[in-house]
Design a binder for this molecule. Structure first.
Ligand SMILES: Nc1ncnc2c1ncn2[C@@H]1O[C@H](COP(=O)(O)OP(=O)(O)OP(=O)(O)O)[C@@H](O)[C@H]1O
Length: 296
C-alpha cells in the first residue's frame, strides 16, 4: 500500500469500520452480443449481501447465476447498473484480494503438491516463506487435509481436491467467498460432508459467501437466504430467508449457522424450507405467513 502524498500527520488514520454490506448489486442488467443476436442474461437485479452472510443463488439452467457471479468477481462487466464489494468497485475489490473464488472444477495445478497449490496465492503476493508455511498448515488443518500436504492433486479424491481449492480460496483471509457449484461433481455423501465442512469454515472465518447451486437441499442447508432466479432474462423471483431448527427463527449470523448439523436434514423445518424454495422456483404461491418468504 502506498503512503498518502501529503502525509503531514504522523499518526496513521484509524482503520475504517468494516462495512456491513459485502456485496451490493443495484439495477444490474447484462446483455451479451452474440452472432445469433442479443442475449439478455440478467435484468433488473437488486441484491444486498451482508458481511458474514451466506446467500445461495438457485434457478433453472441459463438464468444467469454464473453471469452474476462473474460480474461480482470482476470477470465481466454489467451492461447497466452498479456492483460494489465492501463498498469498492469489483476491480478494486479484486486488486485488494477481498474475495476468494472456488468454482466447480477445483482448478488445481497438477504439478504442485497440495501445500504448494494452497500456497500459490500467497506466493504470488509475495508473502515470505515462514508465514506462508504457517498459513498453509493452518488452512490444510481447517479443511482436514493436514496429512496430505505433500500429495499431488491426482492422488486425491474429487472431494479432497475441492477441499484443497477451498483452502486456497481462503488463503488470503478474504471477507467474501464466491463459489460456483463447487460441489456439483461430487457424490451425495461427499457432498453432504463438504456442506457441513463449509458451514463450519464459513462460521470460523466469518466470510460472506455467495454460492451457486442447482440443489435445493444444499441451498437450504447452507444459506441464510436463498435467492431464487427466473429463466431468461434472469431476474430475482424471490428471496427466501431460511428458518431452520427448533426455534424456526431465521439464522442470520454465522454462529447460529455453525450450529447446523447433519440432524437438521431430518428436521421438519428443513423440509418446510425445501418446499418453500421449490414453490418459489416453480412460481407456485407459498403461504407467506407460514414460511416467511420474502417476495420481490
Ligand atoms: N460469454 C457469453 N456470451 C454469450 N452468451 C452468454 C455468455 N455467458 C453466458 N451467456 C448466456 O447468458 C445466459 C446465462 O448464462 P449463465 O451461465 O449465467 O447461466 P446459469 O444460470 O449459470 O446456467 P447453468 O445453471 O446452466 O450453469 C445463458 O443464456 C448463456 O447462454
Amino acid at each position: 500500500m502506498s503512503a498518502p502524498e501529503n502525509a503531514a500527520a504522523p499518526e496513521p488514520a484509524p482503520a475504517a469500520a468494516a462495512p456491513a454490506t459485502a456485496v451490493r448489486v443495484a439495477g444490474v442488467n447484462k446483455v451479451f452480443e452474440t452472432r445469433g443476436g442479443l442475449v439478455h442474461a440478467l435484468e433488473g437485479i437488486d441484491l444486498e449481501i451482508a458481511a458474514g452472510e451466506f446467500v445461495s443463488l438457485i434457478g433453472p439452467s441459463g438464468c444467469g447465476k454464473s453471469t452474476l457471479m462473474r460480474l461480482i468477481a470482476d470477470l465481466d462487466a454489467p451492461s447497466a447498473g452498479t456492483i460494489t464489494v465492501f463498498g469498492k468497485t469489483p476491480t478494486q475489490a479484486r486488486l485488494d484480494q477481498e474475495y476468494g473464488i472456488a468454482f466447480q472444477q477445483a482448478g488445481l495445478l497438477p504439478w504442485r503438491t497440495v501445500a504448494a497449490n494452497v500456497a500459490l496465492p500467497l506466493e504470488l503476493h509475495g508473502v515470505a516463506s515462514a508465514p506462508r508455511k504457517a498459513k498453509v498448515e493452518e488452512l490444510l488443518d481447517m479443511v482436514g487435509l493436514a496429512d496430505f500436504a505433500d500429495r499431488y492433486p491426482d492422488q486425491l479424491s474429487g472431494g479432497m481436491q475441492q477441499r484443497v481449492a477451498i483452502a486456497r480460496s481462503l488463503a488470503e483471509q478474504p471477507r467474501l467467498l464466491l463459489m460456483d457449484e463447487p460441489f456439483g461433481a461430487l457424490d451425495e455423501m461427499t457432498r453432504e460432508k463438504m456442506q457441513s465442512d463449509l458451514v463450519r469454515i464459513s462460521a470460523e472465518t466469518g466470510a460472506a459467501v455467495v454460492f451457486v447451486t442447482h440443489s435445493i437441499p444444499e441451498a437450504v442447508f447452507l444459506s441464510d437466504r436463498v435467492v431464487v432466479m427466473s429463466p431468461r432474462p434472469g431476474r430475482i423471483r424471490e428471496i427466501v430467508p431460511m428458518r431452520l431448527g427448533a426455534s424456526n427463527a431465521a439464522t442470520t449470523d454465522a454462529a447460529a449457522r455453525a450450529a447446523r448439523t447433519d440432524g437438521l436434514r431430518e428436521d421438519r423445518s428443513f423440509f418446510e424450507m425445501v418446499t418453500a424454495v421449490r414453490e418459489a422456483l416453480h412460481g407456485a404461491p407459498v403461504a407467506a405467513g407460514a414460511r416467511g418468504v420474502e417476495t420481490r
